[in-house]
Write a protein that binds this ligand. Structure first.
Ligand code: PLP
Length: 370
């Protein structure tokens, strides 16, 4: 099998799996328990929290451990607007967001919130002038992705933050799930940032929400006291140890991993740019891990099925999106419904080999020359 869907999930690094196993065996106690086994687990958790905070250049108490980026995004969006009812009910976001943000916004819209989606420029970036003019006194939330999951566009977060900061009551949330470990993310520009380690060779079922100290947020899970006032439940110590290991590796190996991925991306772009039927939808300066393509005359879902028959795994959109609808992200940059329906995503890793890319190109050939 050839796996080219690394933006949906990555295989766990054996060192990460080892960290998970070690913590699972070494710490039987619940970190919330007051007895010695509980306290040993609580101390181990506190060590990991401090180390993860150091790796991200944030404060330990600014980290909330969750079950994944979906939970982190839901907590950030629902928790921030609930804490800012006095500000208003206007929210700004984009058509590039993952369903864990966009579906949450639809839920808020059904409950009386007004949502404005920023125009996307042809280079995939948000229109900063539109952001500036859409911001209002009653804007309680702006939610942007650092890197979107379909095109891989890197958004100008610092510039966006400069506009948002004019409105001190507005919460700025960043979904950095496709960015952490792949491109530098400055957490300090946002009020909250979400990500999950299964996108960088960590484990599924674990996520992080960074929440800047002093920023109001109401918990969305009701339960007992835990290591964070914002998230009840037994802290998943072994998952957090695994996250710490995955993050440390992703950041220390980021340059070498990216070099390999950039070479793979350039190889595919060069091979496919000669093909008349192919549109390359990802902007040239997108993260190299994501290459969004369309083949004129073939729906993305048909390309996916045809590659699956050759044992090659790619995705149409992000794994949690409906494939029946045209891609909102691709439509935003190409303004073509046909192109958006034809689009599919190849996502690459430093583990990818040249042979795998050649196999992909061979499997696409019949569709390109039909
Ligand atoms: N945000 C983005 C940009 C994503 O790509 C994903 C997953 O694909 C998520 C959020 C949801 O992550 P999780 O599967 O950890 O809930």
């Amino acid at each position: 099998m050839i796996y080219l869907d690394y933006s949906a999930n990555t295989p766990a690094d054996p060192r990460v799996a080892e960290a998970f196993l070690r913590a699972s065996l070494d710490f039987p106690g619940n970190p919330n328990s007051k007895h010695p086994a509980g306290q040993a687990a609580a101390n181990a958790l506190s060590e990991s929290r401090s180390h993860i905070a150091e790796l991200l250049s944030v404060l330990p108490e600014e980290l909330i451990f969750t079950s994944g980026a979906t939970e982190s995004n839901n907590l950030a969006l629902l928790g921030s607007v609930a804490a800012r009812r006095h500000v208003g009910r206007h929210i700004i976001s984009t058509a590039l967001e993952h369903p864990s943000v966009s579906a949450c916004l639809s839920h808020l819209q059904e409950n009386g919130y007004e949502i404005d989606l920023l125009p996307i420029l042809s280079n995939g970036r948000i229109d900063l002038e539109a952001l500036s003019s859409l911001l209002r006194k009653d804007t309680c939330l702006v939610a942007l992705s650092a890197v979107d999951s379909e095109l891989g566009t890197v958004q100008p977060l610092a510039e966006a933050a400069a506009h948002i900061r004019r409105f001190s009551d507005c919460h700025f949330h960043v979904d950095a799930t496709q960015a952490v470990g792949k491109t530098p993310v400055d957490f300090s520009v946002a009020d909250s940032v979400s990500f999950a380690p299964h996108k960088f060779y960590g484990l599924t079922g674990s996520g992080v929400l960074y929440k800047k100290k002093g920023v109001p947020l109401l918990p969305q899970l009701h339960g007992g006291e835990s290591d964070s006032p914002y998230r009840s439940g037994t802290p998943a110590l072994a998952e957090i140890k695994a996250l710490e290991c995955a993050l440390e590796l992703a950041l220390s190996e980021q340059v070498s991993r990216n070099e390999a991925v950039r070479a793979h991306n350039a190889y595919l772009r060069t091979a496919l740019s000669e093909e008349k039927k192919v549109s390359i939808n990802s902007p040239a300066d997108a993260v190299p891990h994501i290459l969004n393509l369309s083949i004129a005359g073939s729906r993305g879902s048909a390309v996916q099925a045809s590659l699956a028959a050759a044992d090659i795994c790619i995705s149409v959109k992000s794994a949690c999106s409906s494939d029946a609808l045209p891609s909102r992200a691709v439509f935003a940059v190409s303004r073509s419904r046909k192109n958006a329906l034809a689009s599919f995503r190849v996502s690459l890793s430093h583990l990818t080999t040249r042979e795998e890319l050649d196999a992909l190109l061979s499997a696409l050939a019949p569709l390109l020359h039909a």
